[in-house]
Ligand binder design. Structure first.
Ligand code: PK3
Length: 373
């Protein structure tokens, strides 16, 4: 915990890195996975449970909170940390991506985006300046630039124009963010799957100077192979001494592959969203607990897991409460999945520090069954 924001790179193993991001609200061990707390809650989890899984930071969303309960109300109530009872770091996304994926987009102009709320149809306007204001009102520790993330597939012209717009918005975000010691502003690289466009984006962001750099524009349907091809060059285009954040990723093997390629931070709804639908991630693969074959199984989800679901309940019980649509079902499986994702991160941090990432990765992939186990 420090008064300012800094990144301390501790060790590397190949392209994989491990370190600590120091912030006034606490340290973030990297590589780090951020649970998604979209509407000021990590769904089905108490904040102290999220902390118990090992999470050092969680993600909040400008888009959702500006619509409900509004950033101004959260500010009047003491800010997002106090509001949701989470006193560790929070990173907030800037809203552009969620507008495109959630709202009836009205129009996108140089100025910003105008859209209708997916909640009540009311009209709203987001610009780089307004996004910075909202994230400041929320009190988030790591603020994301306001950007545009084009849906893939898209032709090169569209990708280029979108990236160039995002770079102009990055400058406006920087100018509006101002000087806020202890708070960080991260730029977001765009450019689709194109190495040259991503290079230009990285250069533009370097010139503006940010506290961290995100690889945006991925995990939008391109598939793991195409994503890894981009990650084979994109992290190296970004400053080596700043955190690199891959947005919206991913499945366990996506996460391992991204860290292997030099990524320090990630966020994804997968562990929480799939936990609520009965999909459990384990070191041996995925368990779909609603499957009838678990109805009489006295074993835990994962005998090696120390989370509350695996320590105290059988597959048969979890199967039952999912079939009965009991609230504890989503709570237990979300807790398990977030616990397991943090175990993957902790395992990689230790392995990288010991120069043993390759062995850890081989062990991670060994014994992972395909399909339901
Ligand atoms: C699930 N896939 C995904 N890809 C993303 C890509 C972006 C992106 O390019 N920009 C911004 N601001 N947010 C993004 C987010 C939301 C955060 O998870 C993404 N999420």
């Amino acid at each position: 915990m420090t008064a300012t924001f800094s990144f301390d790179l501790k060790a590397t193993d190949g392209k994989a890195r491990t370190g600590v991001i120091n912030t006034p609200r606490g340290d973030i061990r990297t590589p780090a996975f951020m649970p998604v707390g979209t509407a000021a809650t990590v769904k089905a989890m108490m904040p102290e449970s999220v902390a118990a899984t090992g999470a050092d930071i969680l993600l909040g969303n400008t888009y959702h909170l500006m619509l409900r309960p509004t950033a101004e109300r959260i500010d009047r109530l003491g800010g997002l940390h106090q509001f949701m009872n989470w006193d560790k770091p929070i990173l907030t996304d800037s809203g552009g991506f969620q507008v495109m994926s959630l709202s009836d987009l009205r129009k996108l102009t140089e100025e910003g985006v105008t859209f209708k709320s997916h909640i009540d149809g009311s009209r709203h306007h987001l610009t780089p300046e307004r996004s910075m204001e909202i994230q400041k009102l929320l009190g988030s520790d790591i603020v994301m630039c306001f950007d545009e993330c084009p849906a893939l597939p898209a032709d090169r012209k569209r990708i280029q124009e979108s990236m160039e717009l995002s770079m102009r918005w990055a400058q406006r975000s920087r100018d509006a963010f101002g000087d806020r010691p202890g708070h960080a502003l991260f730029g977001i690289q765009q450019g689709g799957l194109e190495e040259d466009l991503r290079g230009r984006s990285a250069e533009a962001l370097r010139a503006i100077e940010f506290d961290g750099y995100a690889v945006g524009g991925l995990a939008v349907g391109e598939g793991q192979e195409a994503m890894f091809k981009v990650l084979d060059f994109a992290p190296d285009q970004l400053p080596v001494d700043k955190p690199r954040y891959l947005m919206g990723v991913g499945k366990p093997d996506d996460i391992v592959g991204a860290v292997k390629r030099g990524i320090d931070m990630m966020d994804c709804v997968l562990p929480s969203r799939s936990g609520r639908t009965g999909q459990a991630f384990t070191r041996r693969g995925v368990v779909n607990i609603k499957n009838a074959r678990h109805a009489d199984d006295p074993r835990p989800l994962d005998a090696e897991c120390t989370c509350p679901a695996c320590s105290n309940y059988s597959r048969a019980y979890l199967h039952h409460v999912f079939r009965a649509q009991e609230m504890i079902s989503g709570m237990l499986l979300t807790w398990h999945n977030l616990h397991y994702f943090q175990e993957i991160m902790a395992g990689m941090r230790t392995a990288i520090a010991a120069g043993a990432f390759a062995d850890w990765e081989a062990d991670f992939h060994a014994g992972r069954a395909k399909g339901d186990i």
